[in-house]
Design a protein around this ligand. Structure first.
Ligand code: NAP
Length: 260
């Protein structure tokens, strides 16, 4: 029987992994989406949408659908599903990997202020500026709602969830973004401080370069820690290597493809 990989998705890397696995004859791949985005793009392989019902529900799904390997390729800040995946893998004995892109690193000229949470970012902001470019996503913005004296430009893919700070302008846009575009945006809105999660990846990194060039402070929300004991790899190639060297069904599938 073909080995079955379940990818917990919602990221570019998850999409790339699904494409790489779907292109391998003899591997079945299913991507799971939370269902937050109204119209997700087409994905190679099978797709399922919606929560599993916690770690127990995910464990049940893994057994019911005879999953051989689980790859958690969710966003670095999707903390709950990552914890559930680790628990479900431990409960079922299914091989599990976390595909986590590396975080961003500050370089010369950067004025970064790392913080542990959105609430900590909100506490710090009034000391750093008064015109904020807030790029932490559409959820959790209630943390900033009490900052009534600050002006916010909020950018997200879909409309942000209220409550928002009273002086907020919303820009709906999806990356990738360019340095020239980000610089123009920062100037146009007279931004004097940027807030971001440490999402990592190239698609949304241009704002950091633009902030450096304009000598703006950047509040960087650190990533939540991964659960104890999980195996994390930084890229799609790393996942494919681990699978080929890992569970028997994948070794067999890889063997089918190797030259005699
Ligand atoms: P979360 O807080 O970690 O998860 C909340 C619940 O949503 C989970 O307990 C699970 O429900 C369900 N869920 C999350 N990801 C799922 C998936 N891939 N497939 C099926 N169910 C899933 O997650 P979140 O931060 O809301 O993120 C939701 C999705 O958006 C993730 O897939 C993530 O990759 C993507 N995303 C998140 C961010 C971010 O900043 N957090 C940014 C970009 C993309 P049950 O307990 O019922 O299983």
């Amino acid at each position: 029987m073909s080995p079955h990989v379940l990818i917990l998705g919602g990221t570019t890397e998850a999409r790339e992994l699904a494409a790489a696995l779907a292109a391998r004859p003899g591997t079945r791949v299913t991507t799971s989406l939370a269902g937050r985005v109204a119209r997700p793009g087409a994905l190679p392989g099978e797709v399922r949408v919606g929560g599993f019902g916690g770690a127990d529900g995910l464990a049940h799904w893994l057994r019911e659908h005879r999953v051989d390997a689980l790859v958690d390729a969710t966003h670095p800040f999707a903390e709950t599903i990552t914890a559930n995946a680790a628990r479900a893998a431990a409960a079922t004995g299914v091989t599990a990997l976390v595909l986590r892109r590396p975080g961003w690193q500050a370089g010369p000229g950067d004025r970064w202020h790392p913080v542990a949470s959105l609430a900590a970012a909100a506490d710090l902001l009034p000391r750093l500026g008064s015109r904020v470019f807030l790029t932490t996503g559409r959820l959790g913005l209630a943390a900033f709602a009490r900052l009534t004296d600050l002006h916010f430009v909020v950018r997200s893919v879909e409309a942000p969830e209220p409550p928002l700070p009273p002086q907020t302008r919303v820009l709906l846009a999806r990356g990738p973004f360019t340095v020239a575009g980000e610089s123009a945006l920062l100037r146009e809105h007279r931004v004097d401080v940027l807030v971001t999660k440490d999402s990592g990846g190239a698609a949304t990194a241009a704002k950091l370069t633009a902030a450096r060039q304009l000598a703006l402070p950047v509040v960087v929300v650190r990533r939540p820690a991964l659960p104890e004991g999980v195996v994390s790899v930084p890229d799609v190639a790393g996942v494919l290597d681990r699978l080929a060297a890992g569970p028997a069904p994948f070794r067999r599938a890889a063997g089918d493809l190797s030259p005699e």
